[in-house]
Design a protein around this ligand. Structure first.
Ligand SMILES: Nc1nc2c(ncn2[C@@H]2O[C@H](COP(=O)(O)OP(=O)(O)OP(=O)(O)O)[C@@H](O)[C@H]2O)c(=O)[nH]1
Ligand SMILES: [Mg+2]
Length: 299
């Protein structure tokens, strides 16, 4: 039997459910998710492999009007996938009307010369009539190869979308071993899981200002646990106060929730030590961006 494979990018505005979809398909958390916009900051591969096919999904940062060097990096890394993939999934939410942000992306997609599948996500949030109107509106904007409504949280119609993707695969290599699910090292996933808890537990001003760096990660022979030291970077002293919380309560909560996720991912006991540091305006400094893992990488 011939083997089929292909690269598929997931593109769209922030918060539409791109990472939620990827995690649903992969059956585990590779990309962190939150109800705050601009959660994903790096391209993340989710490698889906069966006996007969391999689909390499690339989850991308939500496309927005960038206001910082980090924002520039995020948007650029999302658009860069257009040169790297065989198919694009353009994701829009069923419950929000098409806006300037969508139009901007559509313009780029039109000139990209890659087949684009429109994925209307969050159908659990709307009445079917509203869904039809949404589809009708987008259909007029460009020529989509297919239009597929789904719910990434509930899994509705995700199988159908997977079938369509499989039907459209070309004969090709198995690019990655069958047991590899992502291109990112464990350290990156660990830092992301900590960042996810900061996003969940802190107020609106923190999420965009935070980066997490893993200082060390090794097995402690005495306790037989993985000992992880992580630093949470923020931009201001006041933010440091919020992340640490009264008597350290917030940091403790972040640590224990993150530890649970990390243990699940690693399948091992973990001792997690977290520190908070202030690094002023790191989002605007190219050098700091690279230090914190935000540097361009091609696939
Ligand atoms: N009701 C509903 N909510 C969803 C669905 N898919 C995603 N969400 C929610 O939408 C929010 C954003 O999800 P993410 O997966 O982080 O969105 P994203 O597109 O990756 O966002 P960025 O990384 O910021 O670009 C989360 O609160 C999800 O739980 C869905 O099908 N239905
Ligand atoms: Mg995301």
């Amino acid at each position: 039997m011939t083997f089929k494979s292909g690269f598929v990018a997931i593109l769209g505005r922030p918060n539409v459910g791109k990472s939620t979809f990827l995690n649903y398909v992969m059956g585990q958390k590779i990309a962190i998710m939150s109800d705050k916009a601009q959660t994903t900051r790096n391209k993340i591969m989710g490698i889906y492999t069966t006996e007969t096919e391999q689909i390499v999904f690339i989850d991308t940062p939500g496309i927005h009007k960038p206001k910082t060097a980090l924002g520039d990096f995020m948007v650029e890394s999302a658009y860069s996938t257009l040169r790297e993939v065989d198919t694009v999934l353009f994701m829009v939410p069923a419950d929000e009307l098409r806006g300037k942000g969508d139009d901007m992306i559509i313009e780029r997609l039109k000139s990209a010369k890659v087949p684009v599948i429109l994925v209307v996500n969050k159908i659990d949030k709307v009445h079917p009539d509203q869904l039809l109107e949404q589809i009708d509106d987008f259909r007029k904007q460009m020529d989509f190869k297919e239009i597929v409504p789904i719910s990434a949280t509930q899994g509705n119609n995700v199988n159908r979308l997977m079938e369509i993707l499989k039907e459209n695969l070309d004969e090709g290599f198995q690019y990655f071993p069958a047991d590899q699910i992502t291109d990112h090292p464990e350290r990156f996933l660990v830092s992301e899981m900590i960042r996810e808890k900061v996003l969940h537990l802190t107020r609106e001003e923190i999420p965009h200002s935070v980066a997490v760096v893993i200082d060390s990660m090794k097995r402690d022979e005495e306790t037989d646990k993985i000992h992880i030291r992580a630093t949470i970077m923020v931009e201001r002293d006041s933010q440091k106060g919020i992340v640490i919380g009264k008597g350290g309560a917030m940091l403790k909560k972040i640590g224990s929730m993150a530890r649970r996720d990390i243990e699940l991912m690693l399948g091992d006991k973990v001792f997690l030590e977290t520190w908070v540091k202030v690094k002023k305006n790191w989002r605007d400094k190219k050098l700091d961006l690279a230090d914190f893992g935000y540097n361009q990488k091609e696939y």
